[in-house]
Design a binder for this molecule. Sequence first.
Ligand code: UDP
Length: 485
Amino acid sequence: MAEEEEGEAGGHHVLLLPGPMQGNVNSMMKLAPSSSASLPHHLSHHRFHPPPPPPFRRHPLSFTNLPQPRDQDHLRCLPDDHPRSDRNALADLYSSMNSHAKPLIRDIILSQTAAKPKITCLIGDGFFGGLTADVADEVGIPVIHFRAISASCFWALFCAPNLFESNELPIRGEEDMDRIIATLPGMENILRCRDLPGFFRGTETNLVDPLKSTVFDCHQTLRARGVILNTFEDLDGPLLTQMRLKFLRVFAVGSLHAHLNYRRVSDAKTTPSTSSFWEEDRSCLTWLDSQPLKSVLYVSFGSITTVTRERLMEFWYGLVNSKKRFLWVIRPDMVAGADNDERVAAELEEGTKERGFIVGWAPQEEVLAHKAIGGFLTHSGWNSTLESLVAGVPMICWPCFADQQINSRFVSEVWKLGLDMKDLCDRDVVEKMVNDLMVHRREEFLKSAQAMATLADKSVSPGGSSYSSLHDLVEFIKSASRKIN
Ligand code: UDP
């Protein structure tokens, strides 16, 4: 937003309701045109390290936890010690929010104090699309849905009923996972069965009824006044064109963190924001300072993905055997299973001491922007993908679930920004792909990654598509709010 527009935005108060997952919170927290925010009750303040500062000097965000539910709802809420950051917990989060949160959100919207003026617009995470559309209808304010997943995944999920109709879905037991999906509008003949969002592979059936496309409430976004996507025209143009045939308004405002960086450079008084659930170990930046230019592979599987100890070892051997330098995030809760065997082979210890650095949680955006980073081995979460792309860092993708399978296909086949390791991972594959990315095909990938980073940067600069789309979003919020005032 330009300065004068920021001044005009006063009087319009937007309630942001992010899904309580790290990636969703990260991206929604960076959405600028907001003057009030609420975090779902599931996401309590103590999960931030340190408490989040306002991302913009002129646009203070205030934070409210959803209040504790009333007695009769309490039993349906998640207990405090529920492992919310776990892929298997998504269904619990979804049903808990849907069963108890409606009156709580309604109360926040309707309560008005001197410190919290009337809410005039709701930007709700599309993950709870039906819930936020219902509340907005009841209280008579406009709702805009925010999609934290990739545009390609959102669109594939939205189109799922058509794929069932044309017999391209479901994926049947033993069939060839390389079968091409021909009829997805905007991405015809790009995806194979194995690239479809994880929900269609039968591994996440607890979340969905794909046939009815209830996955992440996709069709509920038809009830919203618009949809906000963390992408940009040069990245997802053909998909956005298709979406505009369906939805009232499509605001492609991404990459949101690039907007923030852009403003941080032009406004020195703007405080960097963080919304981490874990404490960042900044010692890795000091370690990176002493590494040669573009020599280090950054390895992180995001905030939710877990691996077995066996899989961890395959990665570890692959990394050490590649003989490349690496910085690896191993979250305290990342290794699944009750196996307490923490012994590590001497050759791994040795190789890691020589060329590696391991932390529990990293300041990822800063890491990716560091001059020593030459590649990213990622689980292909959408935030991680965008952060890598904006920093011009090529990727090796090891997708696990949700939108990650489709994101990795786009990274490798559509945008040509790296390699896709899906369904293939063992120590030899890891070693080979690390060397392909960091040595054999290094120039090719660096060139395309840097070209994409330039487009990403252009999109958030004045006159760029995301810059304009963010402006349009602010104007839309103002005009829609004015009508209800
Ligand atoms: N992240 C971080 N430090 C880490 C690992 C991840 O700050 O050590 C951040 C990362 O920058 C991204 C988010 O966590 O913004 C992960 O979101 P993503 O959509 O990539 O994956 P998810 O966690 O939802 O699977």
